[in-house]
Design a protein around this ligand. Structure first.
Ligand code: RB5
Length: 152
């Protein structure tokens, strides 16, 4: 439907208890959530889900991405390996807002073991409602230049 923003969403087993509640919350506030799957309660590897979400965002098939593991850290490390992704772990609503506003983050990574469902939902909402401020573009351009460098 026109006007609805598509989100790429992925978790590992650590977020199995909260993932359905988070997806429902995002749908209720008007987002089209593309759930890129998970492994149920069985232990799985977070990079498998991080790369799916990251590629969807990098290829502009989703407006932004949401990744949840135990801490958010593993998902963030993995997602940032995909060219064009800026993923950030955020620990409150302020950092979720600043990640979008100042750092141009296009993926938010959160930890199910270090936040409540309500905190997770509110951080995501804040992140999604915040736009990048163009005055920070030169710093983002410098980050993108680093991405192109190789060992001599
Ligand atoms: C899985 O036990 C855990 O390591 C993973 O969810 C995540 O927290 C990694 O960063």
């Amino acid at each position: 439907m026109k006007g609805i923003k598509k989100l790429a969403f992925g978790t590992d087993h650590a977020a199995s208890e909260i993932r359905n509640s988070v997806i429902k919350y995002l749908q209720d506030i008007g987002y089209d959530v593309e759930d890129l799957g998970f492994c149920g309660h069985t232990s799985c590897d977070y990079p498998d889900y991080a790369v799916k979400v990251a590629e969807m965002v990098a290829c502009k098939k989703a407006h932004r991405g949401i990744l949840i593991c135990g801490t958010g850290i593993g998902m963030c490390i993995a997602a940032n390996k995909v060219h064009g992704v800026i993923a950030a772990v955020c620990w409150d609503e302020d950092t979720a807002k600043l990640a979008a506003q100042h750092n141009g983050a296009n993926i938010l990574c959160l930890g199910s073991r270090v936040a409540t469902v309500s905190e997770v939902c509110h951080r995501i909402k804040t992140f999604l409602e915040t736009s990048f401020e163009e005055r920070h573009i030169e710093r983002i351009t410098k980050i993108k230049q680093i991405e192109k460098r190789q060992c001599q």
